[in-house]
Write a protein that binds this ligand. Sequence first.
Ligand SMILES: [Zn+2]
Length: 74
Amino acid sequence: MVRRLNAPYFGKRYIGSSETKILHDMDQESAKCRIDSIARKDIQMFEWLSIPVEMGYKACQYCMADFRRERIPK
Ligand SMILES: [Zn+2]
């Protein structure tokens, strides 16, 4: 899928749900990610990985499968 340019996504690369604390990579999005099921009030967008990592987000098993937490660049 491609990045969504409209609100509340604004073309940023990473989308997280503040409810599940799961982070998705919009450039690798899978249908299993079910991005559209994330409640709008829970959506948090990030351009860089360092911030969600500090907030305790975990990588999605579908779109960030080869992305282990310890490999996320700070
Ligand atoms: Zn995902």
